[in-house]
Structure formats: C-alpha cells, structure tokens
Write a protein that binds this ligand. Structure first.
Ligand code: UDP
Length: 500
C-alpha cells in the first residue's frame, strides 16, 4: 500500500506551483535532491518527493523536521517491487544491492514505479506543474507525457563533466582507440583536458546496459530543461557550452548542501543515524587548530578493500597530520577491525579520529579545524569541499569521478592528485593497483604544505568557498536561477503547462 507523509498546509496552496521530485535511490542522488525539495518548499513551492519505505526511513528525521517546520512538502512511499525483479527484500537503495550482477534488476524495479507514481499523481491533489527527475529514471518521461506536464532532468554532476561526456560521445573521440588507458584530449573545449576511455567511459557503458543507456539518452533529449547542482562562478563557460550543446535551458541552483544551515539539519543529512564516533569527532575537532585537520571520506558507494584501508591508514599516520577518517560499515570486516585495534588506533592516539559508519560530512567539512579533504571526487563531496573552501587530495574510483578530478586539479587548481589512473570499482582485486602508503603520505603533505604553492591553493579554495555561499544568498546566481525556474513552471493550466 502506498503511504504518504503530508505536510501541505500552506494557506495560499491554490496559487503555488506543485513540483514532483523523483530522486534515484542512492545517497549521492537522494541527498542533493532532498536538499532541492526542501529549498523549493522553503520558497513556498508545494513539493512531492517520490520515494520508497526503506529510503523514507533513512531520511525520517529530515522528514520529521520538515513536518514540524510546516514546509509544504510530502514524501510519498511507493512499495518497491523487489520480488518482481528478483531482488532480496528491502533492497531499495543502490548501496544495499548485494552484488554487481543485481544492479540492472535494481534499475528495472525503479522503472516499475511508473504506473503507481502516475496513479498516485492522478488521484491526489494538487495536479503537478513540473516533474524533476533524476537522469537515471528515464521512465518518468512516460509519466510526464501521460500527465501532460513538463519534466526536467536533475544532475548532481558538474557541467564540466557533463560537457566532457557529451563532447566525447558527440565527436566520437574514442573511435579507433584500442588501449582503454590511452589518454585522449577531450574535443571541443577551450582548455586541454586529458582522460582515457577507462576513466570516462560514459554513464551506462558496461555490456548489458545498452537498453538503459539508450532510454536515458532519449529521455534527456526530450526533457524540458536541466537542473544542475553547481553554480555559475564555479564553471560559467562550461555551463554556457553545455547549455548550447544540449540546446535546452540549464539551471544551476547549488551548492544544494547549503540548504542545511543549522546543526540539526546537517547532523542528520543523508541518514537519521549518525555514528557515536561522529559525535565524538565533532567534540575532538573543537580542540584542533584552525585548518589543521584532514578529512578522509570516499562517499557512500565506493568499497575500499581491507588491504587498501591498511595502506591508507599507514599513509595518514606517516603524514603526521591530524585526521578524521570515515570507514563505512560495508568496508568493515574482522580483518579491518583487528588491524585498527592491533596498534594503529593506539599509535595515532589523539592525532586521529576514526568514524566507523555514517559521518555528518557537511557538518565536519564546515568545521573551522578542517584544512584539507581526501575525496573520491563524487560530485556532491567535491562540491561540499569547494563550499567549505578547502583544497583536496583527489582519489577517484569510478563513474564521473575521474572527470571531477580534472575539474578540481586542472580547472579550479585546488587539488593534488593521489595518482590513480584507472578505475578501482568493480575491478578484480587480483589485478587492482593499490595506492601505497608513500603516495598517501606524499599527497597529504603536499596538500597541507605551508609553502607558496600550498598557500596559493588554499587561497583559491577559500575564494571559491566564498563564491559558493554568495551564489546561494538572496540575489546570488543560484538563488536567482531557482526563482526563474519556479516562475517558468507556475502555470496551472495542464494543457499549456510547457517550459517557456
Ligand atoms: N555522505 C555523508 N556521510 C558519509 C558518506 C557520505 O554525509 O559518511 C554524503 C556526502 O556528504 C555526499 C553524499 O553522501 O553528499 C555522497 O555523494 P557523492 O556524490 O560525493 O558520492 P557517492 O556516494 O555518490 O559516490
């Protein structure tokens, strides 16, 4: 049975537009889209978020907080059809899909939400003015056309990476390339950017994914516009070029993480349960010198193997800098726990704070003691690092992360690459190239360097952080773009409800 948590109580409901948001059930997709939902609701837009019971339970505290503050937002929990596609029960988020072999089943299950979503929207007032759906949900194209409402595609990926992917495909840059690791220059850019096919293969390029890839492409072609978690001062020319290449309006409305202004929102962002270690670490950070601590985290999906965890830990220890290091639950094993307990934690003592489980990342990054970020370059984390005004050690693993690394290192010049050249996700561990402790130590020392190079990098990062905050203030570029976007879809006539 479909459950809904309704918080629609705005007195002027009749004149406010109604936006329906459909995030992909993965943390790096849900978190920014829920921030967007809250931001829209804060502006008086009526918002419906389509999700599933497991995912709603993760965001329960955020939903409850929205409820208490009276924001016009509702979370609709559609049952997720695990059994129909052969997924284990409760497998409702990409981070709990037990194996790569079941990933396609997960996407198939999401597409089965089409009918229930349509039925729900037909049955429940108010009628939508606009659907904003994740790029990975091409099936929402049908919902939008059946309901005759406009649909925007949402990306928590920067326009630089989107444009690189687009140009590589458009100019057939990999044609004739036989070595997956050969570097090519991305065509059609003003700056020289080099990547390999292994690093930037496109979104759904693995064998077996051709159908979904084509559906995503088709859905993108007919979308009424694009919403991106980025901001104009960060990548103005890439936004313009991407908009031109796609021939449709692009609204940059980020950094969306800045929706979370107070501690209570930041603490529960992405998960209602922050680990006990995380609370301890926040108190520990209070005792540290400004800009002295490195924050190390690889997002929600990467799976760092035990032997790599050991090398990373030894490298952090050797760098002799205070650190906060997040080890996800799924990365923990008896071997990892034993190694941590067998001398490492004691040796680093008060110099290191290890968070086992979910970390309140935005809260940590915004702490004045944080001076650098070792990141896997997921776009949300990258943008959160930019927003915090800190330089980064870039350690990409897969997906758009290698392109994001180029953005941080070559375009923004606020990054120090750890030196990985090939993807590390879904690679047979037997042939995987590990990053050694010496590389970690070198990159961290380089990042935290107090010489001229480090100082200039820090200054650039701080300036970008200020621009990020400015973009979200009233009158800032993202604030204005959001206003334009809302106004573009405020028509209540279903038939003429098209993007202008
Ligand atoms: N995140 C968090 N705590 C964690 C791990 C991740 O708050 O312990 C958040 C992080 O702030 C970001 C998102 O999860 O908003 C991860 O998205 P990203 O695009 O960086 O990486 P992904 O998980 O998609 O690889």
């Amino acid at each position: 049975m479909t459950r809904q948590v309704v918080v629609m109580n705005s007195s002027s409901d009749r004149i406010k537009p109604h936006f329906v948001l459909v995030p992909l059930m993965a943390q790096g997709h849900m978190i920014p889209m829920i921030d967007l939902a809250l931001l829209l609701a804060e502006r008086g837009v009526r918002v419906t978020v389509i999700t599933t019971p497991f995912n709603a339970s993760r965001f329960k505290t955020t939903i409850d907080q929205a409820n208490v503050s009276g924001l016009p937002i509702r979370f609709v929990e559609l049952p997720f059809p695990c059994a129909e596609v052969g997924l284990p029960d409760g497998c409702e988020n990409l981070d709990v899909v037990p194996s790569m072999d079941l990933m396609l089943n997960f996407f198939e299950a999401t597409s089965l939400l089409q009918k229930p979503m349509e039925i729900y929207l037909r049955k429940h007032e108010p009628y939508p003015n606009c659907i904003i759906s994740d790029l990975c949900h091409p099936w929402t194209k049908k919902v939008a056309s059946n309901l005759n409402v406009p649909r925007l595609t949402f990306f928590s990926i920067c326009c630089f990476s989107l444009l690189c992917n687009h140009n590589i495909s458009h100019y057939k840059a990999y044609d004739g390339i036989t070595d997956e690791n050969e570097l090519i220059v991305v065509p059609g850019l003003t700056q020289i950017i080099e990547v390999s096919k292994a690093q930037a293969p496109g979104f759904f390029s693995a064998p077996g994914w051709e159908k979904l890839d084509e559906e995503v492409r088709q859905a993108e072609l007919v979308a009424d516009g694009i919403v991106v978690n980025s901001f104009e001062d960060l990548e103005h020319s890439y936004i313009q070029s991407y908009q031109k290449a796609m021939n449709k309006k692009v609204w940059t409305v980020g950094p969306l993480s800045l929706y979370n202004k107070d501690v209570s929102g930041m603490a529960v962002r992405g998960n209602k349960d922050t680990s006990i270690d995380a609370n301890r670490c926040m108190a520990w950070l209070d005792m540290m010198m400004p800009r002295s601590v490195i924050y190390v985290s690889f997002g929600s999906l990467t799976h760092v193997l035990p032997s790599q965890i050991v090398e990373l830990g030894l490298g952090l220890e050797a760098s002799n800098r205070p650190f906060v290091w997040v080890i996800k639950d799924r990365e923990r094993s008896d071997a990892v726990d034993e190694w941590l307990a067998d001398g490492f934690e004691e040796r680093v003592g008060s110099k290191g704070c290890i968070i086992k489980g979910w970390a309140p990342q935005v809260m940590i990054l915004s702490h004045p003691a944080i001076g650098g970020f070792v990141t896997h370059c997921g776009w949300n984390s990258t943008l959160e690092g930019v927003t915090a005004g800190v330089p980064m050690v870039t350690w990409p693993h897969f997906a758009d992360q290698f392109l994001n690394e180029r953005m941080v290192v070559d375009v923004l010049e606020i990054g120090v690459p750890i030196g990985v050249t090939e993807p590390t996700m879904y690679v047979n561990p037997e042939v995987l190239k590990f990053v050694g402790r010496d590389d970690v130590e070198k990159a961290v020392r380089n990042l935290m360097d107090e010489g001229k190079e480090g100082e200039e990098r820090r200054k650039r990062a701080e300036a970008l952080g200020e621009m990020a905050r400015e973009a979200m203030r009233e009158g800032g570029s993202s604030h204005v773009n959001l206003t334009h976007m809302i106004n573009s879809f405020s028509v209540n006539d279903k038939k003429s409800n098209k993007c202008k």
